[in-house]
Design a protein around this ligand. Structure first.
Ligand code: HEC
Length: 119
């Protein structure tokens, strides 16, 4: 009798643990939605939306866009400009979601780093 109780308790534990991380698939999908996108995603967003004015290396500076590689803006300031636009640059808040804006902003910082490495 005691043995049965022990195995019931054990079985319960196994079930709880077994259901742990994969128990609720909708939950783990949500967690993934808040993870930052990889820099490679930022790069492809940049080549789709930004290259026309900023050039592949960020240095084209069409319509007085300025050289992104020379920009001293923080990540937050970049995100704000991408979200709200500035001058002839359009606002991207309806085109890109927050994670995409974050990824492309991080990528513009990376352009700067690449130039520093060249010098
Ligand atoms: C229609 C042309 C155009 C497109 C497309 C464009 N930009 Fe711009 N961008 C500009 C112009 C012009 C400025 C300068 C605005 C000003 O200072 O008045 C600018 C400024 C910026 C700045 C601020 C740089 C600084 O230090 O002043 C960032 C960051 C930036 N753009 C990122 C992006 C990103 C990322 C994208 C793509 C999602 C993008 N831009 C698409 C024209 C463009």
């Amino acid at each position: 009798m005691k043995q049965t109780l022990v195995s019931v308790v054990l079985l319960t534990f196994v079930l709880i643990l077994g259901c742990g991380p994969t128990g609720d698939p909708s939950k783990s999908a949500d967690a993934k939605d808040t993870e930052p996108l990889p820099l490679s995603a930022g790069k492809s967003i940049f080549s789709t939306h930004c290259v026309v004015c900023h050039g592949t290396d960020g240095g084209l500076g069409l319509n007085e866009a300025g050289d992104l590689r020379e920009s001293e803006m923080t990540l937050e300031q970049r995100k704000q400009i991408i979200r709200d636009g500035k001058g002839t640059m359009i606002a991207y808040r309806r085109i890109l979601d927050d994670r995409e804006i974050d990824a492309v902003a991080r990528y513009t910082k990376e352009l700067q780093r690449e130039k520093e490495e060249d010098e």
